[in-house]
Design a protein around this ligand. Structure first.
Ligand SMILES: Nc1ncnc2c1ncn2[C@@H]1O[C@H](COP(=O)(O)OP(=O)(O)OP(=O)(O)O)[C@@H](O)[C@H]1O
Ligand SMILES: [Mg+2]
Length: 251
């Protein structure tokens, strides 16, 4: 896969092998890190570097992580939510939970099955989440979803509203909130002060969920900011780190 994307981005066969920077999950083990480095080389990379996604997400979100101040990043992706406190370009505390956007979709599928005896697909659930879902409901909206009746096996459609989707997502959202609090609990007090001043930065596609900022603020008591282009933060951060490899390289 790496070779495929490398060919796609560098189709003209450069005279020297390109230098690669690969974003990896924060919770990666040493063995996995070595495997990623090796995969990068086998795919045709010259010097290969890896950097943790929360560091890159923070850079892509425009945070200044060079200094000694503490910054907190919550990256809500599809498969995982990664949470980290960063200072001097490094992670000070972090956690990763396998609860992200996909878990919200799964929870909606289970809720609709339980409450309406209706089987819907994950993509239908994701559409409902994006259309009317909210982590902290304000205005109420409705969406029609289609599925298969659990009893008759026949197609049927129902109307879901913001509150129903919110109810469905409650458990996974609580897990995300708990993970954020656990990282705050582990954070050294001097960095905690910075985070209270600066707020928490949320990135990843899950940052686009309506009300996620107010939800995390209520759960932690800390101000929350949503990155400008949350889905692209890791990619944008990788570009920034590549241009500053002297400061960020860790091959
Ligand atoms: N407008 C939206 N509202 C709610 N959720 C959204 C919205 N747009 C995208 N998402 C969710 O964001 C998730 C994908 O986010 P992202 O692209 O950051 O994930 P990823 O980086 O591929 O995954 P991971 O970081 O776990 O490897 C999906 O679960 C998707 O449903
Ligand atoms: Mg991601």
């Amino acid at each position: 896969m790496l070779r495929h994307f490398l060919k796609k981005s560098v189709p003209w066969f450069p005279p020297t092998k390109p230098e690669l920077l690969i974003a990896v999950p924060a919770s990666i083990t040493h063995v996995e890190r070595r495997a990623v480095l090796q995969a990068g080389k086998e795919a045709g990379g010259g010097t290969v570097h890896v950097l943790e996604e929360p560091v890159l997400a923070a850079l892509g979100a425009g945070l200044d992580i060079d200094g000694p101040s503490g910054n907190m990043i919550v990256d809500i992706g599809g498969g995982t939510t990664d949470i980290a406190v960063l200072s001097m370009r490094q992670m000070v505390t972090q956690t990763s939970t396998r609860v992200g956007g996909d878990a919200l979709d799964d929870a909606i599928v289970r809720y609709v099955r339980r409450e309406y005896n209706l089987i819907i697909g994950e993509q239908t659930a994701e559409r409902a989440k994006i259309a009317v879902g909210s982590a902290y409901p304000g205005e109420r909206a409705e969406v029609e979803v289609r599925g298969r009746d659990l009893v008759t096996g026949m197609p049927r459609s129902i109307v879901l509203d913001t509150w129903a989707v919110h109810e469905a997502m409650k458990d996974p959202l609580a897990i995300i909130a708990q993970a954020v609090r656990s990282v705050l609990d582990k954070t050294p007090p001097e960095l905690l002060g910075d985070i209270i001043d600066r707020g928490i930065m949320v990135t990843g596609g899950g940052a686009l969920l309506d009300g996620i900022d107010e939800f995390i603020r209520r759960e932690t008591g800390v101000a929350v900011h949503i990155a400008e282009d949350p889905v692209s933060c890791v990619a944008l951060g990788t570009k920034i780190a590549l241009e500053r490899l002297d400061a960020f390289a860790s091959a």
